[in-house]
Ligand binder design. Sequence first.
Ligand code: TZP
Ligand code: MG
Length: 228
Amino acid sequence: TLGVQSRPAPRPLDLRLYLVTDTVMTAPHGLISTIRAAVAGGATVVQLRDPDASDDEFVALGRMVQVCLRDSGVPLIINDRVHLVGEIGADGAHVGQDDLDPLAAREQLGGSAYLGLSCTTAEEVRAAAALPPGTVDYLGLGPVRATATKPDHAAPLGPDKVCSLADLAAAAALPSVAIGGIDIAVAGRLRGSALGGIAVVSAVCAAPDPETASRELRSLWDAHPVPS
Ligand code: TZP
Ligand code: MG
């Protein structure tokens, strides 16, 4: 297998508006239609997340999403199930602290796939920064606020703490994205930070008009003042 050391430099991810899917929330419009709408509105990454699906169900969903995104230039990231990335033809995986260890995930993915890691504390960010270069491509930081989308989430950090974790990550050349309870108002409090973008589930998946919701979040984020 390709070792981390010999890994070719990956194309940097555009994290500006990172959509994480929810199969139940997207049921009214359909998962695929919601993803299409989100991409039309400016989503730059899509993560397929469905903790309740079986592997077979997940692969079936994943293949549909892969086909839907194929020509869009928007990468498809698989939540947690590193072992299914190849079968789905996805671009990478995202793991939490309790999932497959990032080194093992990188080993399984090979060199060219993206790998994201969730971090909630400065200690976790420092541990991620201490991994061999090229192990993880970006960090997910949060939850910013309490959210019903992930009932088992850690205590909410608030925007200021998330921005300081993003500074810590950036100092180690790790891009990051904030997640958890992000809506337009919260997104406004994250702008101008070292974050590469915002990750949302309900703000897009449960929106009456997912395309408009995405466009509003993306415009707000793109208009953020660049830190001097
Ligand atoms: N990880 C931390 S919070 C969260 C995940 C997957 C859910 C975020 O959902 P929402 O609806 O954007 O608050
Ligand atoms: Mg997980």
